[in-house]
Each structure stands twice: as structure tokens, then as C-alpha cells.
Design a protein around this ligand. Structure first.
Ligand code: SF4
Length: 392
């Protein structure tokens, strides 16, 4: 443990309020990758688990004097829980937490069930809404389909349009778009712009050194994911007025300019996120399900353990060690403060566990190097340098 290190309290809580889904996206880390623990989870988070979770978060808020907590309602597909159950969940969380701290509640949905009553309900409950869509119809239909192969595109776009109505727009948080190498990035970009959304975050598909992501040959000398993102960064960066917020690019710029935190996939800030499964067990970031059966498990539950008990679980600690938790090759890397070795599960390799660069190492290096070059050129035109901005 580095000298002087102290755990960072948790502020982000992902609650698996529904453990099943109405789509069958074939890349989904919950149902189609290494961990199949969803099969033994209750379909919906029980009231006892919700109450105990709220009490554990309240206890954590009091212990660490936290000024805010963010709670994400997740699945499976969280809207399958229905308005009544979601109302009880949000009510319990607010009743026990709002007197102690600021509480933000959001939901990440596939959008299929986002009809007018559901949108009105979420806004009335002050629940922010993020929707998953992989771009244009062709890109989205590559993976985000029903179990019988039917497209989900039209229903998801209808959900997005619903959330953009003036009475709901205040609670629309934007899209999560998983990169599909088989899709043309410019067509994806144009489709996102055509939807008139305010924000998007591009996600890398999940994979490890043992089970690489689609189209990636680790250490193979190619950078297909950087090649996909670079033209979009240039369009976004060069636009006279930024047409939308792209969290991926904004986070990398923020880190390059000397900021900290910003994104779980980049940088060296301690990860302050806990997942609570629908049976009340604490887990690490749920994308760990891409690594192997039980990889996300902590052996602790909301019924038996305070959140502080997770500070004894090695993988939780490693995600909070910053530079000290990384492989030697990352510690020596010239872009490490921006890259941060990528998303924790993407570092996994049998034998060395998480003490590795991300399987996307070459791509992240290439993307960051490109963005840095573009920023340096832009700063030079203004008569300053990246070093000067970082120092200011
Ligand atoms: S680019 Fe590669 S070596 Fe550098 S910090 Fe990222 S993962 Fe580590």
C-alpha cells in the first residue's frame, strides 16, 4: 500500500433493480459473456434489499460526511421493474438519504419501454434518463436485437424522441453508444446528430487479454478502435460550434489539460463506484462480468456488511490506488495520467490478473496521442503550450 493512502468513500451506486432484459444484445456483459450469475438473481431487487441498500448508503454518508451521492438504476432492463416498483425504490432511497445529503437518481435503459406514461413518471420522480443506442439502424441492428433477431431500432428511437419532448427533455441525459467496428463511424456520427441529442458517450466493447474484443488483435500492431474514433474527434473538435457533448472526448481533453477524475475508463482518480445486485450482494463494476464467473463478486452483502467493509476487498482497493495500482509498463508510459490503463476489467490477463495495461493499450495510446497533437496545435495558434496550461 502506498504511504499515506486512505480509501476513497463510495459516491456512485449502481442498483440492479431488474436482473432480466427484454432485448438480447449478443455482446451484453450481463448475459453473454463469462459470468452467468444473473441466472440465480431474483428477477427484481427485493424491497428488503432496497431498504438495506438505502440504510447502508445512509450509514456511509454519515460516516464520511458525503455531500452528494449518485444512484443509477440499472439492469438487465431497469424499466421492466415497472412504475409502481420504481416509485417505491426511488421513494425509499429519497426518504432515507435526502435528509442527509444531495441525491441524484438516474436510470440507464435500452429505451424500448419509454412510452409517454413512463417518461412522465420518470420526470415526475426526478429520475434522469440515459438510453443505449449504437448509432444508425445498421449499426444498432448488428447486436441490439430481440431474442428472435428483430430490430429494436425504431422503438429505441421513439423512446429518444419521447425524451426530447419539451416537457421531458430536462431529464434526458443522452446516449451510450458502443463502438461497432463493422459500422461506418461517419454514418454513426451523422445518425446521432440527426437525432438532435445533446450528448453521447462512446463505449469500447468489453474484452480482456484472454478474450479480446471484436476485431482486436492485442499487441498486433493495429489500432482499429482509435482509427474509428479519430475521424469523429476531428469532426467534433473542428466544428465551429460543438454540435453535442461527447463525454469520451471531453474527459480525455480534461485529463490532458491537467484535470483529474471525469471518467471511469480514463485517468488515475480512485474509482468510487459500487454495484448492488438484485439479491443485495455488493459487486465491483458490473463490466467485470466480462472477465469470468464470480469476477465481480465481493463476498459481502448489504444485509451483513457496511460499505466500509469493501475497503478490505483487494480488487476494490486496487481500483483506488491510482498510479500505484498499475503495471510497471503503465507507470512508465508518457500518457498514463490521461489513459490510466483503461477500464479495470479490460486489463485482465490470466496469471497477472489486473496488473496489465488495458487490452486496448495501443488504441488508447494512439487516440490520446492524436488528441494531444490536435490540442497542442490549437494552443500554439493561441501562443501558448500544453505545459503552460497544465501549470496554470
Ligand atoms: S497507453 Fe497502454 S501503457 Fe500507457 S497507460 Fe495506457 S494502457 Fe498503460
Amino acid at each position: 500500500m502506498p504511504p499515506g493512502w486512505a480509501p476513497t468513500p463510495f459516491r456512485e451506486f449502481v442498483l440492479k433493480v431488474a436482473s432480466r432484459c427484454n432485448l438480447d444484445c449478443d455482446y451484453c456483459y450481463v448475459y453473454h459473456l463469462a459470468d452467468q450469475s444473473w441466472r440465480t438473481q431474483p428477477r427484481f431487487m427485493t424491497e428488503a434489499a432496497v431498504g438495506a441498500t438505502a440504510d447502508r448508503i445512509a450509514e456511509h454518508v454519515r460516516t464520511h460526511d458525503l455531500e452528494f451521492v449518485n444512484i443509477r438504476l440499472h439492469g438487465g432492463e431497469p424499466l421492466l421493474a415497472g412504475r409502481e416498483r420504481l416509485s417505491r425504490i426511488a421513494g425509499t432511497l429519497r426518504e432515507r438519504l435526502a435528509p442527509l445529503t444531495e441525491v441524484a437518481i438516474t436510470v440507464q435503459t435500452n429505451g424500448v419501454l419509454l412510452d409517454e406514461p413512463m417518461a412522465a413518471f420518470l420526470v415526475a420522480q426526478d429520475i434522469g434518463v440515459g438510453i443505449s443506442l449504437d448509432g444508425d439502424r445498421q449499426a444498432n441492428d448488428l447486436h441490439r436485437t430481440y431474442a428472435d433477431g428483430r430490430s429494436s431500432y425504431d422503438e429505441v428511437v421513439a423512446g429518444i424522441q419521447m425524451m426530447q419532448r419539451p416537457e421531458f427533455r430536462s431529464h434526458f441525459l443522452g446516449l451510450l453508444c458502443t463502438i461497432q467496428l463493422a459500422a461506418d463511424p461517419v454514418r454513426v456520427w451523422d445518425a446521432l446528430l440527426g437525432l438532435g441529442i445533446d450528448g453521447v458517450d462512446f463505449l469500447l466493447p468489453h474484452g480482456t487479454w484472454e478474450h479480446p474484443p471484436p476485431g482486436l488483435v492485442p499487441a498486433g500492431g493495429r489500432t482499429p478502435y482509435a482509427d474509428w474514433l479519430v475521424p469523429l474527434f476531428d469532426r467534433w473538435f473542428d466544428a465551429p460550434v460543438r454540435p453535442l457533448s461527447v463525454r469520451t472526448f471531453e474527459s480525455l481533453l480534461h485529463l490532458l489539460l491537467g484535470g483529474v477524475g471525469a471518467h471511469e475508463s480514463f485517468g488515475l482518480a480512485p474509482v468510487a463506484l459500487v454495484v448492488v445486485e438484485s439479491d443485495g450482494s455488493y459487486e465491483q463494476v458490473d463490466t467485470m462480468k466480462a472477465v469470468g464467473q464470480g469476477a465481480a463478486a465481493s463476498g459481502r452483502t448489504v444485509f451483513a456488511d457496511p460499505l466500509d467493509a469493501l475497503f478490505d476487498v483487494p480488487a476494490f482497493v486496487q481500483r483506488q490506488l491510482g498510479l500505484h495500482g498499475l503495471a510497471d509498463s503503465c507507470r512508465d508510459c508518457d500518457v498514463v495520467t490521461t489513459c490510466g490503463a483503461g477500464l479495470f476489467p479490460h486489463r485482465y490477463r490470466p496469471g497477472a490478473a489486473y496488473a496489465n495495461p488495458t487490452v486496448y493499450c495501443a488504441d488508447q495510446y494512439a487516440l490520446i496521442a492524436h488528441i494531444q497533437r490536435r490540442v497542442e496545435e490549437a494552443l500554439a495558434r493561441r501562443g501558448t503550450t500544453l505545459a503552460a496550461v497544465r501549470a496554470s
